[in-house]
Design a binder for this molecule. Structure first.
Ligand SMILES: [Zn+2]
Length: 212
């Protein structure tokens, strides 16, 4: 006689997936907010004139939120929540919902076995409709938001390059100074050796005129 009734296991697992999804949405929102704040900083303040440490803090914050989420989600979050919803193997006391941050509920339902110790914990079979699919379909709004965010990032990258190159030419008094500024790599996508990778391309394309 397996430790879990199938219906009961499925209900607990569905509850846990919904909580995971809610957390994912909150984190994603947080990431977008921080990213938009960084993009705004390029437009509102002369970001290229910030000291290196301030730019470091700005991007570090973004990295921290991202890494923090990844660690919390994959290592810390699943264990306690599996315990909360009662999805723990009665034999080895390990989580039946996830192993090292990877959801295992569907595998447990299919095989009937604990992913850690292999003990039979539930009657094996196909999951019923109450278990949501592992990958929810993204909403059209999310897709549109992503497109807008990428477009805003591209435009902001150009603005950042233009600001940066203007700063290079600002102090150029001689032809040698100008030639040196010409050869300065663009901060965004400036590492590529393809044409378009240095400030001279922005100068020739007249992207540095106008605003100061
Ligand atoms: Zn076990």
């Amino acid at each position: 006689m397996p430790a879990f009734d199938r219906k009961d296991f499925e209900a607990r697992y569905a509850d846990l997936l919904l909580r995971a999804r809610r957390l994912w949405r909150i984190t994603l929102t947080l990431l977008v907010v921080v990213w938009v704040a960084l993009l705004s900083a390029v437009w509102l303040f002369s970001f290229v004139r910030w000291p290196a440490w301030a730019r470091g803090v700005a991007f570090g914050l973004f990295g921290l939120v991202f890494v923090g989420w990844a660690v919390a989600h994959s290592l810390v979050w699943w264990g306690p929540v599996a315990r909360q919803v009662g999805l723990v193997c009665p034999f080895c006391r390990k989580s039946l919902a996830a192993v090292r941050g990877r959801p295992t509920g569907l595998r447990v339902l299919a095989t009937g076995k604990c992913p850690s110790c292999g003990a039979a914990v539930v009657e094996p079979g196909a999951p019923s409709a109450i278990v949501p699919p592992s990958r929810p379909r993204p909403s059209p709004f999310a897709a549109l938001g992503l497109v807008l965010l990428v477009a805003a990032s591209v435009v902001t990258g150009r603005r950042l390059n233009a600001d940066y190159c203007r700063l290079q030419y600002a102090g150029a008094l001689t032809a040698a100074d100008t030639a040196h500024a010409d050869s300065v790599a663009l901060p965004v996508n400036g590492r590529s050796r393809t044409p378009g990778g240095t400030c001279v391309n922005y100068r020739h394309a007249r992207l540095l005129e106008g605003r100061r």
